[in-house]
Write a protein that binds this ligand. Structure first.
Ligand SMILES: Cc1cc2nc3c(=O)[nH]c(=O)nc-3n(C[C@H](O)[C@H](O)[C@H](O)COP(=O)(O)O)c2cc1C
Length: 387
């Protein structure tokens, strides 16, 4: 049964509708983690262990969640994380999510592995978005991608460091997720139950990796793309690469995928504008710690030199506020907006952002705070949060 958007009150509601509307292969691609999915689950469950201190009879009037992330004004400390294949959760997904984010007042990050290209998104939006870069073996292609992001007016480059090789996700293999997807009987039958999704896809020309096909050497069709992507993620990625990418880009640089205080020191030494404490949403090293557990150690190591942000496991505005309390200057959300997109397109992304905002605002108020400068560990119950 379809649910009216006005009765969608939490991110879980959006997930349930997305599961119904998005073909299984693409829904599972979003809603999965590596191997046992232990880290994927821990990202969420560790947030729940942290308890909040309720305060009363304090002035809660005139609240604001506004702040800056890497010097960019944001309505709340949340950016949309880069996610590959977003245009497969919903037709033209990257364009719709970028528009929703711009209208709401938070940044959108376009993945290297997006369906809509950098140029497509730039043409369909008025505000600058961010571009996420994966380092591929073909450095000429990478250089060109950086130039294309610059030409499109992207206001920050998010360089992902935790995917030199891919973590294994069982569901993707079992579902035959590849480029092109395997047309198994099960997949075809599943599509028959997703008419809304199929209609959307028939109505768009954007059905493959827009940043790659026609741009990377020898990749002119979907068949060539499959072997190209399998070979291209560069296992030799090093801190020297970060230096040349920083120089070639010349703008705001955000390093994504830091989970260790020693790596955080290296990241801060590059002179980047921010680092993101991330385990890729539990999609890479299963058995790694959740990001909220690691956050305080990284903040105490480099928080005075570089902005520290966090992603992975955020499903509510309370999670956002807990991350801020533990020293994050900003957060990113992946699945929280993907579920909205898969469920209701642009309106669903807007709803996801409204939900996160409302939850963060009410939580801040009930903790007796009026703005983010007042949010620190004093809103948390001692003994319940990681140090
Ligand atoms: C479906 C999906 C695709 C992703 N693709 C990318 C990607 O292309 N580049 C990247 O840097 N991170 C990618 N990520 C990781 C996200 O940027 C982010 O780190 C993660 O989603 C945060 O966890 P959350 O989904 O629990 O919020 C992806 C995550 C998901 C769920």
């Amino acid at each position: 049964m379809s649910q009216n958007l006005s009765t969608v009150t939490c991110i879980e509601d959006l997930r349930v509708v997305a599961k119904r509307r998005v073909p299984r292969m693409f829904y599972d691609y979003a809603d999965s983690g590596a191997w046992t999915e232990g880290t994927y689950r821990a990202n969420e469950s560790e947030f729940h262990k942290i308890k909040l201190r309720q305060r009363v009879a304090v002035n809660m009037d005139g609240r604001s969640l506004a702040t800056t992330m890497a010097g960019i004004d944001v309505k709340m400390p949340v950016a949309l994380a880069p996610t590959g294949l977003t245009g497969m959760q919903h037709a033209d997904g990257e364009i719709l999510a970028a528009q929703a984010a711009a209208d709401f007042g938070v940044p959108f990050t376009l993945s290297t592995m997006s369906i809509c290209s950098i140029e497509d998104v730039a043409q369909a939006t008025q505000k600058p978005f961010w571009f996420q870069l994966y380092v591929m073996r073909d450095r000429e292609f990478i250089g060109n991608l950086i130039d294309r992001a610059k030409a499109a007016g992207c206001s920050a480059l998010v360089l992902t460091l935790d995917l030199q090789i891919m973590g294994q996700r069982h569901k993707d293999i079992k579902n035959g997720l590849s480029a092109p997807p395997k047309p198994t009987l099960r997949n075809m039958l599943n599509l028959a139950f997703k008419p809304r999704w199929c209609l959307g896809m028939l109505g768009t020309k954007r059905r493959t990796f827009g940043n790659i096909v026609g741009h990377a050497k020898g990749v002119t069709d979907l068949a060539a793309l499959s072997s190209w992507t399998a070979e291209q993620f560069d296992p030799r990625l090093s801190w020297d690469d970060v230096a040349w990418i920083k120089e070639r880009w010349g703008g705001k640089l955000i390093l994504k995928g830091i989970l260790d205080a020693e790596d955080a020191r290296r990241a801060a030494a590059t002179g980047a504008d921010a680092l993101i404490v991330s385990n890729h949403g539990g999609r890479q090293l299963d058995g790694a710690l959740s990001t909220i557990e690691v956050l305080p150690s990284i903040v105490s190591e480099v928080g005075s030199q570089i902005e520290v942000w966090l992603d992975s496991g955020i499903r509510s505005g309370q999670d956002v506020l807990k991350a801020i309390a533990l020293g994050a200057r900003g957060t990113m959300v992946g699945r929280a907006f993907l579920y909205g997109l898969g469920a209701y397109g642009k309106a669903g992304v807007t709803r996801a952002l409204e939900i996160l905002y409302k939850e963060a605002d009410v939580t801040m108020a009930l903790c007796g705070r009026r703005n983010l400068a007042e949010v620190d560990t004093s809103i948390l119950v001692p003994g319940t949060y990681p140090r």
